[in-house]
Design a protein around this ligand. Structure first.
Ligand code: ADP
Length: 483
């Protein structure tokens, strides 16, 4: 279904042919069939891409916001129109159900649209001077060449969330997509090309993560690294960026608590647990990792949740009515298995699921799983699982559950379900997370700031905050004759 890939590296407006000596296969995680091959680029290609981005920065950064916005508008519309076709490619390389994949591509287009609008709104400031003979201006300016490194779990939207604000601000970009999912990235670059983006403004290098990463980190012309991925790689990028004091924006792991209070609407809370945990098969940094349910509703909550989980359908993302696709790879399966095993070894009980799926497909499937009787010392309660497993634990009072929810190095997203407004505000104020969903598990939207605190990251994607991250604030102090 997917045409054989012949090109995957885009530098200075030119797609280069794949070198037969440096290519790598891409697999469909639902079937384990080889889809195609892409170029295995490295240092040489990355340096060329940085050079092109540096040259393009001279004119792109000096265009008006309106001029940049025209390209972004066009790209947004082209991507939206092509969402179904690109969604199919995304499902093939990533595995998620087709409806989710198409939704993701449309979401990716929405970020382009939002930043097409924002491009004209990079306001500076006029500071009232305390010295009569001075005038003071704060001038926002594009930071320079940006290295963008993206993950496989949202291979389309993670790109536009970074690239759209960077381009809107006037930066130029070298993009490195995840090795598992380069095909969505290639399609998005083709969209930019069709939208008429000037050469060198956005460049794509697929290939060796370490080499590309090192080339981005050691090159002084790269002024910022924006990254979404694991905390361990994020910390490495941050440490290495220190050498040249590069700016970093990091969206890292999470361990979201979902708290259902005794006054929660039971049905609503349960359908949101399912949506939060099983969208993209639990491979989402903001998805629920721990479920805390008030002791007074634990029994009906657990029973209903278990029934609903048992009705979920696994399969190839292209089949109708599929709820869960495969996990991305064998390592992901092993991690999920180890979290379940560790919990069972330490006394948890399996309410449903708990093992690899014995379906007809040879991909990386794991049954949606519910664990009861979990204790805080089980790995699943403090390590990110990134898979379809829910550990459920009861709590007695508000203070206790806030303390448990905050007892982690992560601080990305937390969810509270309650019909009591005062409680929702009181608890939201005390939770140490970058995003709090009150009766809402999908806080990611183009107009709002997405990002974590503590070890979940630095910086915000979305809203006007997202563009600010890609701009320096230059201060211009003007001495003035008093005549
Ligand atoms: P995951 O374990 O979920 O794949 P990673 O943090 O390893 O998460 O991957 C996220 C992105 O970071 C991917 O594009 C990956 O190739 C990239 N990456 C991994 N290691 C490095 C590295 N040393 N330098 C630069 N990028 C890296």
């Amino acid at each position: 279904m997917i045409e054989k890939q012949t090109k995957s590296i885009f530098i200075n407006g030119v797609w280069s042919e794949i070198d037969p000596e440096a290519k790598v296969a891409i697999y469909n995680p639902a079937t384990m069939e080889k889809i195609t091959e892409v170029a295995y680029g490295g240092k040489k290609e990355t340096e060329k891409a940085i050079e092109a981005a540096k040259e393009a920065f001279k004119s792109w950064s000096r265009k008006t916001g309106r001029e940049r916005s025209r390209v972004l508008y066009k790209a947004a519309h082209l991507l939206e129109e092509d969402a179904e076709r690109i969604g199919r490619i995304l499902t093939t390389e990533q595995g998620k159900p087709l409806a989710e994949a198409i939704g993701e591509v449309k979401g990716a287009a929405a970020f382009l649209l939002w930043y097409a609008e924002e491009a004209s709104r990079a306001y500076g400031e006029w500071l009232p001077s305390s010295i009569p003979s001075k005038r003071m201006i704060v001038m926002p300016q594009a930071i320079g060449v940006v290295g963008a490194i993206t993950p496989w779990n949202f291979p389309a939207s993670m790109i536009t969330r970074k690239v759209a604000p960077a381009l809107a601000a006037g930066c130029t970009v070298v993009l490195k997509p995840a090795p598992e999912t380069p095909l969505s990235a290639i399609e998005i670059l083709k969209i930019f090309e069709a939208a008429g983006i000037p050469k060198g403004v956005i460049n794509l290098v697929t290939g060796n993560a370490e080499e590309i990463g090192e080339a981005l980190l050691t090159n002084k012309d790269v002024r910022m690294i924006t990254f979404t991925g694991s905390t361990i790689v994020g910390k490495y990028l941050m440490k290495e960026s220190a050498d040249q004091v590069k700016k970093v924006a990091l969206e890292l792991g999470g361990h979201a608590p979902f708290i259902a209070f005794e006054d929660a609407d039971l049905e609503k809370a349960i359908s949101n647990v399912l949506a939060s945990k099983f969208r993209n098969n639990g491979q989402t940094c903001i998805c629920t990792n721990r479920l805390y349910v008030h002791e007074s509703i634990l029994k009906p909550f657990t029973e209903l949740l278990m029934k609903k989980i048992q009705n979920l359908k696994l399969g190839n993302g292209f089949e109708e009515d599929i709820d869960l696709g495969p996990l991305i790879n064998e390592q992901a399966l092993e991690k999920v298995e180890s979290h379940v095993q560790d919990a069972l070894d330490k006394g948890a009980r399996l309410a449903t699921g708990g093992k690899r799926w014995e379906g007809e497909l040879s991909g990386n499937f794991f049954e949606p799983t519910l664990l009861t009787g979990v204790e805080d010392q089980m790995k699943i309660m403090f390590e990110e699982t990134f898979g379809p497993v829910i550990p459920i634990q009861s709590f007695t009072d508000e203070d206790e559950v806030i303390q448990k929810a905050n007892d982690t190095d992560y601080g990305l997203a937390a969810f509270i379900f309650t019909e009591n407004t005062s409680r929702s505000l009181r608890v939201a104020e005390q939770l140490e997370y970058g995003m709090i969903g009150v009766n809402d598990v999908f806080p990611a939207t183009p107009e709002a700031p997405f990002g974590g605190i503590k070890q979940s990251g630095i910086g915000k994607e979305g809203g006007y905050y997202g563009m600010e991250d890609f701009m320096e604030k230059k201060f211009v102090s003007i001495g003035m004759d008093q005549e």
